[in-house]
Structure formats: C-alpha cells, structure tokens
Write a protein that binds this ligand. Structure first.
Ligand SMILES: O=C(CO)COP(=O)(O)O
Length: 159
C-alpha cells in the first residue's frame, strides 16, 4: 500500500462540504496520512475517527505551515475547499498556499468534483514523483552566480 500524505483544508462555509466528502471517502482516506489546518483537522478527526496531523488554524498561520511542508516535499496531495464568495482575513496566506502547490506541482483539488477525480485516481496507489519545472539546487546556484557577478561589477566600478 502506497501511503500518501494528504492535506485537507476548508474555509468555514465549506467545512460541512469537506466533511461530507471526507465521510463518503473515509475508507480511502484512512489508508493515508492526513494533515489539516487546526479547525478542519479537529472536525475531520472527530467526524471520521481517524488521526490527523493538525497545524495552527488557517488565520493563525496554518496555511503557511502547510505551504512550508509542501516546499519540504512532505505533502503529496492538497484538497483545499476554499471559499469563492467571501473574503478571508488571511487571503495572502491562502494565495501563498495555492501558489506554492502549483510551483511544486502538487495535485490540488479546490472543489468537490476535482477531489472526486483525485481520490479515485489509480495513481493514488502508485509511487508518483511530480515533475517540476526547476531543480531547487540549480535554481539557487544560478541566482548565487548571477548576484555574485552583479556585486563584483559594482565593486569593480568602485576600484
Ligand atoms: O482558514 C483556513 C484555510 O485558509 C482553514 O483554517 P481552519 O481549518 O483552522 O478553519
């Protein structure tokens, strides 16, 4: 069995939808490792009776904690039922999480039908390494060289 690290997150108006979806898919979800922002995680744990790694509540930095885990390669799938009709106080964090999931090419479902497709994908049972448009080490190396050159030319101008 290939255990995936699945993050489940829902904004307030979407929490009951996520719980309904999660209950329907409990059989599959319990085979995997679950991660959530604080309140979503509390609800998933309580309603499904499965353990969830809980981060801080979204408005208190939970989205950022999740984003950091994605950067570290510790999350495989993101199911994020965000609210398209209301403004969130932590909108920059929400955007940052969604952005980083695209940068790192993490399978991301932002609505229920996409979540249905994801959870029923045969790839769930396989080892899947997301292709990335960049190699972090090469990317960093290129920038280091670029700015070293820029700085040495400034120093050269001064000499
Ligand atoms: O706000 C959230 C995601 O942006 C979710 O946070 P909670 O799960 O703590 O409600």
């Amino acid at each position: 069995m290939n255990r995936k690290r699945i993050a489940l997150v829902a904004h307030d108006s979407m929490k009951s939808d996520l719980i309904e979806w999660a209950l329907y898919n409990k059989g599959t979800l319990k085979e995997h490792e679950l991660y959530s922002t604080g309140t979503t995680g509390f609800l998933v744990e309580k309603e499904l009776g499965v353990p969830v790694h809980k981060f801080k509540s979204g408005p208190l930095g939970g989205d950022q904690q999740l984003g950091a885990r994605i950067v570290e390669g510790l999350i495989d799938i993101l199911i994020f039922f965000w609210d398209p009709l209301n403004v969130q106080p932590h909108d920059p964090d929400v955007r940052a999480l969604l952005r980083i999931s695209v940068v790192y090419n993490i399978p991301t479902a932002c609505n229920r039908s996409t979540a249905d497709y994801l959870i029923s994908s045969p790839l769930l049972k396989e080892t899947y390494v997301p292709k990335r448009k960049f190699n972090p080490e090469e990317y960093q190396q290129r920038r280091n060289v670029q700015f070293l050159e820029q700085i040495s030319s400034i120093k050269g101008d001064r000499d």
